[in-house]
Design a protein. Structure first.
Length: 133
């Protein structure tokens, strides 16, 4: 088992009703919820209605919120899902520093998106100029 295939193996074990494989995959997942895979595992918890995994993901989201928010996979989420995660992070954690982390992470996301759009536009203009000349 690895971080990359644990959720797929766990889903397969549920589908195949293989309790031994489920146990092994569940044990691995319980020991390996990290900022790099917490969003994927959160989806898995919703898909299979796994309360134990949902709680582990919420704990990771709250305790390592800055790492999760700065991880590249957060940019792949739909707005509603991102908003839901922010709410989960904030719930039960009334820390002012958390508010600042969320604010600056959102600004980083907006800034990186804007910079990417600007770079694409510059490349397009340069390509257009090359075609004209």
């Amino acid at each position: 088992l690895t971080h990359e295939n644990a959720s797929a193996i766990f889903s397969a074990s549920i589908f195949l009703q293989n309790s031994k494989l489920s146990f092994v995959a569940e044990s691995f997942i319980k020991a390996n919820v990290i900022p790099g895979n917490v969003l994927e595992l959160r989806k898995l918890s919703k898909k299979h209605d796994l309360e134990w995994l949902k709680e582990l993901c919420q704990t990771c989201l709250r305790s390592q919120n800055e790492e999760v928010l700065n991880h590249g996979t957060i940019l792949m989420l739909e707005f509603e899902e991102f908003q839901e995660i922010l709410t989960e992070i904030k719930t039960g954690n009334q820390n002012l520093q958390l508010e600042e982390n969320l604010y600056f992470s959102i600004l980083k996301i907006i800034q990186s998106s804007a910079l990417l759009m600007i770079k694409k536009e510059i490349v397009t203009k340069k390509q257009h100029q090359l075609l004209i000349t």
